[in-house]
Design a protein around this ligand. Sequence first.
Ligand code: ATP
Ligand code: MG
Length: 252
Amino acid sequence: MVRSKIVIEHLNLWFDDNHVLKNINLHIPEQAVTAIMGPSGCGKSTLLRCINRMNDFIPGTRIEGHILIDGKDIYHDTINVYELRKRVGMVFQKPNPFPKSIFENVAYGLKIHGIRDRKLLHEKVRKALIDANLWDEIKNRLHEPALELSGGQQQRLCIARALAVEPEIILLDEPASALDPISTAKLEELIRKLREKYTIVIVTHNLQQAARVSDYTAFMLMGEIVEFDVTTKIFTNPKDRRTENYLMGKFG
Ligand SMILES: Nc1ncnc2c1ncn2[C@@H]1O[C@H](COP(=O)(O)OP(=O)(O)OP(=O)(O)O)[C@@H](O)[C@H]1O
Ligand SMILES: [Mg+2]
């Protein structure tokens, strides 16, 4: 039996009177890659952002239902959102390194969490960069500006920045959509490697990418989860006609 790291129960979300997420129920397995796919505007990013409470600050947002991580409701009053985001890292569509050095980008979160010791900082930065498959490319340029890296390197740097604080879950929102094919291939290789240690949820509307990198796939349409299953099953033998139509390119 696969263990669920994240359990989403009866989740509904409204932006003012726009009912964007409709009774979402989803069990996201531990140490696996789960892809969320579906046409533009169906609510993929919004759902992803619920998992580290990134929608909380958008005015007019109303959320009902539950998201449990390791059995604990992250929307409970006693949850410290700051601690939650340490456990649940996020990487966005466009690489967004800080205008600082490569080293400082990765050290940033560690410093916020109180690590001051130079040697320890260096060790943790190095480890995060190795884990993000970036170390060999940049080990001699640690103190150069991060913004001088290529787009694909910047995106792996953003992953290293997320890994540095040792999260359990990594949320990726279309992380390769701004990258060229070679950078995309490197990023996909990295994502497959990371599932050995982390629970990964990736939003993509690139079907081939979902098929290549994920173990499980959820198909969303107009705020609902139409189908969730093992990726090979979704792609070869979907249960729902709407999933089949989407895969055949009939819409989206
Ligand atoms: N900050 C916001 N304020 C108000 N409405 C929003 C906000 N963000 C998203 N929405 C609305 O929520 C719905 C879902 O948007 P979302 O960004 O989650 O879709 P998506 O599936 O990620 O689309 P895409 O593939 O284009 O990124 C849309 O109707 C969108 O207009
Ligand atoms: Mg989106």
